[in-house]
Design a protein around this ligand. Structure first.
Ligand SMILES: C[S@@+](CC[C@H](N)C(=O)[O-])C[C@H]1O[C@@H](n2cnc3c(N)ncnc32)[C@H](O)[C@@H]1O
Length: 243
């Protein structure tokens, strides 16, 4: 693992409810010093790709985001939570030019890596929220997301930290609200207890389990975290839920 790789933290305060004035975030927001090229991606590209009105500073009323205005079309909108280095996000944008994808990632080094990949791929059906997905979900209208990817979420291995995982109701209830009926929610992880929790908690939020296996989706691209898991002998596990 390099210093560029987003790392889950080991400690922090308790989890919080969605749509509130203040919430805790336990992850890292920055890592090693950015290269000059990465700084220039952030300076030159992020402003154009970043949706406005997600943070409370810009949108204290929490007015809903106009996705059609954001992308300039009414194509379906997909969401990737915690895109890390962005390889999966760019791969999906390239593979599906007829959809729009919003990626969320609070770790700025990951955002800079993604921006480099976007330049290289020349894709424009993407938006980047360099922050917490909960802030984005607050301002999404009901039923507006046609697919969500949760690839190798922070594992929070200690039992007392399991409540910080994405697959608990604080995250899943708002996710269910913003996803369209029939929309797909994909979860990939290498942590058996994480998948166990997903299989228990995601249906509680209203989703239906559609598939669960060690074989990835046909349009899958392996992520940095999956590569790391494989190197270290852990086994990828994939689940598909339906809203
Ligand atoms: C273990 S990494 C996996 C990165 C990437 N998906 C991959 O497979 O390589 C998990 C990522 O989720 C991000 N993350 C954690 N909490 C988040 C949140 N509330 N909103 C958005 N991203 C979050 C972290 O910053 C981290 O980059």
């Amino acid at each position: 693992m390099t210093d560029d790789t987003p790392l889950p933290p080991e400690d922090g305060p308790e989890s919080t409810q969605p749509v509130q004035e203040w919430r805790n975030f336990y992850g890292r927001r920055s890592g090693k010093t950015l290269r000059n090229s990465q700084r220039s991606y952030l300076d030159e590209d992020l402003d154009r790709l970043r949706p406005r009105g997600i943070g409370r500073d810009e949108n204290p009323e929490r007015s809903p985001l106009d996705l059609q205005a954001l992308f300039g079309n009414d194509n379906p909108v997909w969401l990737e939570v915690g895109f890390g280095g962005g390889e999966h996000l760019v791969h999906m944008a390239k593979t599906y030019p007829g959809i729009n994808i919003i990626g969320c990632e609070p770790f700025i080094n990951g955002v800079a890596m993604l921006l480099g990949k976007i330049r290289e791929a020349g894709v424009s059906n993407l938006a980047v929220h360099p922050g917490d997905v909960r802030d984005l979900m607050d301002v999404l209208r009901d039923g507006t997301i046609a697919r969500t990817f949760l690839n190798y979420p922070d594992p929070w291995p200690k039992a007392r930290h399991h409540r910080r995982r994405f697959v608990n109701q604080d995250y899943l209830v708002p996710l269910f609200r913003v996803m369209a009926e029939g929309a797909e929610f994909r979860v990939a992880t290498d942590i058996p207890s994480y998948m166990e929790q997903a299989l228990e908690e995601v249906p509680k939020a209203g989703f239906r389990l559609e598939a669960h296996s060690g074989t990835p989706w046909s349009d899958w691209i392996s992520t940095r975290y999956e590569q790391k898991a494989l190197r270290e002998g852990r086994v990828p596990d994939y689940a598909t839920f339906r809203r």
